[in-house]
Write a protein that binds this ligand. Sequence first.
Ligand code: ZN
Length: 227
Amino acid sequence: MFSEDKGGKLGPVSRIIDYHIHTLFSDGFFSPRDMIQAAAERGIQEVCITDHYSIWKPALSELDLEEYFTTLDEIRSHELLGTKVFIGIEVDLSTIDSLYPLQEFQWDLILFEYVFAQPSWEKKFQQLLNFKKKNPNYNIGLAHTRFTRVSESRIDYVLNKIREFEIIIELNISYGNYMDQWFNYLDDEYWYSIGSDAHHKDSLGNTTLAVNFLKERSIPLTRIIPL
Ligand SMILES: [Zn+2]
């Protein structure tokens, strides 16, 4: 939940962040405004709303992207109770084929889920890397990823690409994904994000275990991506 300030620009102040939150735009239970308000009341200084983009409902469809983005953009234009709002999205790479519609918007964070969960993961991973190559300014991350289908002989390839393309690895408490055996290879050469995956107000800011993962490995909290 606590991360050190990125480059000393803001001084040695810790910031409290939560970069994975759902709302009524997908399968969350509250409006973005309610979630942000609740986060502010919990003292969370930065939030990123990351609703699902998938063919499985409830989720955003291509037609919803504009309303979603505009709504969040309007909310963030006046920081609620001092909480900074970032605009993200969580793309279900197992059902979304074209990433082209995403490029219409200035996302702060694009998380991809289910990249390595299927036999065709190499194709999906390549699609993600191509997207990053085309859009180098986007922060692109792997939501609660597990390298489930990645064999021992391919893990080096995957991790090298993640480093090379600066793909962010999310540490996500609700999936406990940092228990993945391959996570033992992770160090301070990768970028990380932390998020609660909150669908309810009660789970907001529930990121202590994710932060501890970094601390236990002496990975500086400055490796948490600044949005
Ligand atoms: Zn999620």
